[in-house]
Design a protein around this ligand. Structure first.
Ligand code: PLP
Length: 423
């Protein structure tokens, strides 16, 4: 992958025809170090958030040695790009073939389950192994997530004690509880509340957990969705853990996906046509903009115009735009609003920020689109939970109470702006 100092340098050199994923391995490293420093336990990266080899390598380089995987291809990916890592197969529903391959071919010992049937499958497919770490996924009641993961997985709390007892009996190694409070969780106390429910289930079962896995859900920052400091989440988890009925040796695990990678990647797309406030782009909901279409998340944006030495940041009064993707499907629509200079036109390039999580990971080849390039860039992300960003949130898009946050969005301030004023 080629490295550019900043996206504008790439625009100057390449005039990209296809969408380009702009990746920032350094931003992943900063997030990884923050979690290792502040989370009082083991950090597993949830591979599904961004399975790109550069991301896995950046995490491994930053000493993330544990990965949450959900399929054999994800296991193979980690084995290839972060060899020697510990893997936890945290999908509660797995094929017998996948369980066997994980156990016998890849040395995976940690498996999640949320039914007696899945427990039987795991024991069966591993030849009655006694060295398993069995993680019971609980269906905790949660509030505060922007993207609920309840409903599909998790044993209902009234059935949890029996399953916890069965899992406890089935292994001589670790038995743990896990849950997922939902992705982009905006409330730190959701973790504490989930841990209290897990503790009650363990007490009712009369068993101790060797592992408490608080899952993922740690937020990133998007326009109109500015979460509390991540430190507040760590504090809530510390309090929750202190209140649980656990052993002194009980391990604490977490499985962040989004928070480790969201800010580390943006996407450079081309405007193929403008119709009023609608911009037709060369990437969309079947590419990296799934969340922009289906969950209607507004992402921060920035425009560039021109090619070669004449390429420059597009400036001007900001107006709200909506986007359409390249496919013929009318679902391929991203309502935004995306605030761009009012003169934005065909041929301009738009950088869409904060797409490192559930962005590239979602891309399909539908309708002949979806091919993209990648490049490393060294500038700061458009916004950051880790104090990396340089840009400020335009006031018309921010709630009063959010202005005190350290996170920054959109319009470049700094050097470019100052130079202009001096002229
Ligand atoms: C998706 C997922 C994660 C990561 O969730 P984020 O919200 O991206 O942090 C963690 N654990 C499990 C089991 C998951 O399915």
């Amino acid at each position: 992958m080629h490295t550019y100092h900043k996206p504008l340098d790439l625009v100057r050199e390449r005039s990209p025809e296809r969408p380009v994923a702009l990746v920032r391995p350094d931003a992943v490293a900063v997030a990884a170090r923050w979690f290792q420093d502040k989370f009082k336990g083991d950090v597993f990266y949830a591979v599904k958030a961004n399975p790109s080899p550069w991301a896995i390598r950046a995490l491994a380089d930053a000493r993330i040695g544990s990965f949450d995987v959900a399929s054999i291809p994800e296991i193979e990916l980690v084995a290839q790009h972060a060899p020697g890592s510990r893997m936890a197969f945290m999908h509660p529903v797995k094929s017998r073939t996948a369980i066997s391959a994980a156990y016998f071919d890849h040395g995976v010992r940690t498996f999640a389950l949320d039914t007696h049937e899945e427990l039987d499958k795991i024991l069966d497919a591993t030849g009655g192994a006694r060295d398993l770490n069995l993680m019971v996924r609980l269906g905790v009641a949660t509030e505060g997530a922007s993207y609920s993961l309840a409903g599909k997985f998790g044993v209902p709390m009234e059935q949890a004690p029996a399953l916890l007892m069965a899992a406890r009996r089935a292994t001589q190694d670790l038995m743990g509880v896990s849950f997922h409070v939902g992705s982009q969780c905006m409330r730190p106390t959701a973790y504490q509340a989930a841990m209290a429910q897990a503790s009650r289930a363990l007490v009712r079962a009369g068993v101790f957990a060797d592992v408490v896995d608080v899952g993922g859900g740690f937020p990133s920052v998007y326009p109109g969705m500015v979460p509390p400091d991540l430190a507040d989440y760590m504090n809530a988890i510390d309090r929750g853990f202190a209140e649980m009925m656990v052993h002194e040796t009980t391990e604490l695990w977490c499985e962040p996906g989004r928070a480790l990678v969201a800010e580390a990647s943006s996407l450079l797309v081309k405007v193929e046509l403008r119709k009023g406030d609608a911009l037709y782009l060369n990437d969309g909901s079947y590419g990296s903009l799934f969340d922009a279409a289906h969950v209607k998340w507004p992402f921060p944006v920035k425009a560039y115009r021109g090619a070669g030495a004449a390429a420059h940041d597009l400036e001007g009064t900001l107006k709200p735009f909506r986007f359409y993707g390249p496919t013929c499907d009318s679902i391929d629509h991203m309502p935004g609003p995306f605030w761009l200079p009012e003169s934005v036109a065909e041929g301009d390039l738009i950088e869409i920020g904060m797409l490192g999580a559930y962005g590239v990971a979602m891309a399909t080849r539908f309708n002949g689109f979806g091919e993209m390039d990648s490049a490393i860039v060294q500038d700061a992300p458009m916004a950051s939970m880790f104090g990396l960003a340089r840009r400020s949130i335009p006031s018309h898009r921010v709630e009063e109470e959010e202005t005190r946050k350290v996170v920054r969005f959109s319009r470049p301030k700094g050097k470019a702006g100052q130079k202009k004023r001096r002229r």
